[in-house]
Design a protein around this ligand. Structure first.
Ligand SMILES: C[S@@+](CC[C@H](N)C(=O)[O-])C[C@H]1O[C@@H](n2cnc3c(N)ncnc32)[C@H](O)[C@@H]1O
Length: 199
């Protein structure tokens, strides 16, 4: 399962950002935090580890997958035939989300800290616009860094949800949403102890 990602990482390390897929434990936590979504939009679905868990936990929720790597996107297509798969950079095809519901949730593995600036900047701008359009929308993002995945655009706030230790390397799971939505709902202290013991 790990070899396809390693192979693509060797070609474009900054875009792929990891040599091993996300662990099942990380996938379970990411999918759990996406609960309540009326539509799921996964960014950087890669080998489909998190996708599989999204499908398992939220079987009736429409699913859109963005994966810029055509080899990985092709594998996702055969594994998840009911998902809409976009084999391009997310920021280049956001018009496909014009009719997304107000309660859509983004679930992202994008490696923001290594993405080239010309991709990271428009990607964050696209997320900013889509989240600001509807206060219920959220982005669930993991990072290997001890800080937020990227600086919160104006009007949005990060909350740190939990650390998943059973992942290589351990990953922090974060949620980005409109400031109004997070007010009085700041779970930053949930990091210790983890919200999901055993992960
Ligand atoms: C860390 S890897 C995938 C992790 C995934 N959870 C897994 O287990 O395989 C990040 C993925 O994001 C994809 N990616 C990077 N930039 C992207 C972009 N702008 N739009 C869509 N996919 C992107 C890469 O091709 C790579 O497959």
């Amino acid at each position: 399962m790990g070899a396809p990602l390693l192979k693509q990482w060797l070609k474009t390390p900054a875009l792929v950002g990891a040599i091993m897929p996300s662990s099942r434990h990380l996938a379970m936590v990411m999918a759990r935090y996406a609960g309540g979504a009326g539509m799921l939009v996964e960014l950087g679905a890669g080998t489909g580890t998190i996708t599989a868990e999204l499908v398992r936990q939220h079987p009736s929720v429409p699913l859109v997958l963005f994966e810029q790597n055509r080899t990985l996107a092709g594998r996702l297509l055969s594994r998840f035939p009911h998902a809409a798969i976009v084999a391009e950079c997310f920021h280049a095809r956001t018009e496909l989300l014009a009719d997304m519901p107000d309660d859509a949730v983004f679930v992202s593995s994008l490696p923001f800290r290594s993405l080239p600036r010309q991709i990271a900047v428009p990607t964050i701008a696209s997320l900013h616009r889509l989240l600001a359009d509807a206060p219920q929308r959220r982005l669930i993002q993991f990072t290997y860094q001890p800080r937020a995945p990227f600086n919160a655009p104006s009007g949005l706030v990060w909350r740190r949800c939990v650390t998943v230790w059973r992942n290589a390397p351990p990953a922090g799971v974060w949620e980005l949403s409109m400031q109004s939505r997070s007010a009085g709902n700041d779970h930053q202290t949930a990091i210790t102890p983890p919200a999901f013991p055993g992960y």
